[in-house]
Design a protein around this ligand. Structure first.
Ligand code: HEC
Length: 132
């Protein structure tokens, strides 16, 4: 009886120690920024059409040489929804959602250019305040 209790206590103390040391080793994830994290992915995934003179330039353009210009462009085109990050048109349309062409007419489906891992990253960036 005594032995059992003693062993349980030891296990408990040991377990707590493990938990605390696990906490010590956990570093806070750094906040993603547009320039360092999103912009490079965006150039790769969206830049072939959303470039100056490209087929999708009227909706937003990615300046291949300038992250700041691109950031301003995204913000002025209202592609980010800060109150419902996963509903941002940047995410929904990028993943293959519907949009109305700038030439008018019926809504059409966009191609799926944003993969799930990128979508998760981009939503996390918007949720954290869409830092430049
Ligand atoms: C294969 C070409 C192509 C690629 C790559 C592409 N798009 Fe598009 N996108 C288009 C076209 C075409 C339009 C409509 C342009 C127009 O009507 O003027 C568009 C429009 C949009 C719009 C505007 C939606 C609206 O409601 O007006 C968003 C947002 C968008 N794309 C996001 C993205 C994102 C994010 C990526 C990359 C992950 C991406 N696109 C990659 C072709 C592309």
């Amino acid at each position: 009886m005594y032995l059992a209790t003693c062993a349980q206590r030891l296990l408990c103390v040991f377990g707590l120690g493990m938990m605390l040391s696990a906490c010590d080793n956990t570093t806070e994830p750094t906040t993603k920024t547009f320039t360092a994290d999103i912009y490079p992915q965006m150039k790769g995934a969206c830049g072939s059409c959303h470039n100056t003179g490209g087929v999708a330039a009227k909706k937003f353009t990615i300046d291949a040489a300038n992250a700041a210009t691109t950031y301003t462009n995204l913000m002025t085109n209202n592609l980010i929804n800060k109150t419902a990050p996963d509903q941002s048109s940047l995410i929904v349309v990028g993943k293959g959602g519907m949009y109305t062409p700038s030439a008018g007419g019926m809504a059409v489906a966009h191609t799926k250019n944003l993969n799930d891992a990128q979508a998760t990253d981009w939503v996390a960036w918007i949720t954290a305040g869409s830092m430049q």
